[in-house]
Design a protein around this ligand. Sequence first.
Ligand code: KIV
Ligand code: ZN
Length: 564
Amino acid sequence: MDHVKIFDTTLRDGEQSPGCTMTRDEKLAVARQLVRLKVDIIEAGFPAASDGDWEAVNMIARELGTDDGPVICGLARAVKDDIDACWTAVQAAKKPRIHVFLSTSDIHITYQLRSTRPEVLTLARTMVRYARSLCADVEFSPMDAGRTDPAFLHEVVAAAIQEGATTLNIPDTVGYLTPEEYGQMIAGLRREVPGADTIILSTHCHDDLGMAVANSLAGVRAGARQVECTINGIGERAGNASLEEIVMALHTRRDLFDVQSQVETTQLAPASRLLSTTIGMAVPPNKAVVGDNAFAHESGIHQDGMLKNRETYEIMRPQTVGLDGSLIVLGKHSGRHAFRSRLEALGYHIADTEVSQLFERFKELADKKKLLDERDIEALVHDAAERPVQIYHLEHVQVSCGTGAIPTATVRLRGPDGTARTDSGQGTGPIDAVYQAINRVVGRPNELIEFAVNAITEGVDAVGEVTVRIQEEARKTAPGKQPNSAGKHSRPQVYSGYGVNLDIIVAAAEAYTAALNKMLGAQEDRERAHRNATAVAYERDVALYSVDLFGNSSLGRTTTGAEG
Ligand code: KIV
Ligand code: ZN
C-alpha cells in the first residue's frame, strides 16, 4: 500500500487561531506527543512571526529533529528574510524543511498583495529557488489555491517544481470547495502539470463549511500523498482538517483508500487530551474519534447489539485510538518505581526531579482516593506542565459559603519577589469569591471569558479538572503608531489555565493562577521586547505582515505586541 504522510500543523496553523496560543514549553510538550504519534512532519511554527516562535521552532528542531524522528518544518512568506529566519530555526534538525507560501487567487493578489499574476509567478520562482539553495526539502503552497484560476495555478505549481520544490501543498484556505471539486483540483494538477509525478502533492483544507476532512480524503483518493491536519481540528476560523479523523478514516476504510499512514493510533486520544488541556479548549463530547461519547452506547437497542457482537454498532475499537480506560493498579501503597514505569507506559519521559514532584502529588491524591486510573495520572502530568510559568504560587485557599451566606474567600499567594500576600474577596459564588481575592493580590485587569469544570473520573471521589480562559485588556496603539487597517487597536490576547484537584475550588484557584501567570509572563516578555531596539524594529515587520498578508485585525497575530 502507498504511504500517506501526515503533516501536523497544530503548532502553526492551529496555534495561530484565537485562544490556542501556547508557550514555548507547551509547544515542546505537544511536539513530544506528536513524535509519539509518529507523524511524518511537524510544522513547528512561523519563525519570522516573533522571537518566541523562532525559539520554539528552533528548540523543537534541536530536541526532536533526530535521525529517526519527524521532519521539522517552519513556515515562511515568500520573502527572503522570512526564509532566512525559517532556515536558521530549522537547520538544527536532521530532516529540516522550509515551507514557503504565496497567494495565487486573484482576490488575494489584487487586494492583499496589491500585485499582479506575473509578479507573483516571478516571486514564487525566486523564493522557491532561494529556499532550495538553503535546504534540500522545500514545500511550496499557493495560498487560496481553491479559488485560484486553474490555468494560473498550474503555471505557478509547474514553476515551483522547476525551481526544486519537493512538496506542493494545495490549500483550500477559506474552506470553500466541496470534496468533488477538491479531488478534481488534485487530479487536474497530477494530470496536467509537468513534473507533478516527481513531487508529493499535499492537501491543506479548512473547515468553514464542515468539509475539511472530506476534502482532504478526496485529495488522497485523487493521488495526494501528504495530508496537512491538526489535533482536534484546531486552526484558523472553523479550523483545519482533524488529524484523528483523517488517520482513522484511512485506517478503518483502507479497503477504499488503499493507502496507509504510519501514525500510532493508540496515541490519538492522549494527544487530543494533552492539547485540549494545554490550550484550555474542551473537545465536544460528540467529536468523532476522540469525543467522550464517540464510543458510548446509550440506547437499549444499541446496548443489546453491542453485548451480542460489538461490531453491530462499533466500526473502530476504542483501544485502537488509545481509549481503553483500563484501571491501573496503583494506589497509596505503590512505590516510586511502579509510578515511574506507569508514566513511561503512558508515554511520558520525565526527568527524575519532576518525577519526584509528581510522585508527591500522586501520593497526596492516592491518600484521598483508593484507585487511580490513567486519566488521573495524565491530569497530574498536565497540571504539572502548567507550572513552569510560576510567577505567583498559590499557597492557600479557604472559602466560606452556604445558604444565606455571602460567599467569601481568603487566599495566600507567593509573589515573584518571594513574599507571601494574603487577601480576601466576596463574590456571587465561592469561585467568584476566590477569583476576586486572587485579583486583589495580583492586581492586573483581566476578564474571565470561559470557565469549565469536569470530573475526570467517575464517582464521588472523582478528580475535578478546571479549565479557564482569561482575556487581558485590549492594548492601546503605541504612541506614533497607527491603528491597524481595520482602524482597531490590537486584539486582546487570551490565556488558558488548567488545574486538577479532588477539591474543585482548589482546582479552580489553581487554574486561574496558571492563566494569570501566563498572562503576566507574556506581558513581561512584551515589555522586555519594547525596551529592546531590535525588537521594536522587528515588531514593525510583524505589523506589516499582519496588514499586508492577512489584511485585517482579526487575523493579525500579536505575539510580540505588534499593533497590526
Ligand atoms: O490555509 C492556508 O492557506 C495556509 C497556508 C499558509 C499553507 O495555512
Ligand atoms: Zn491553513
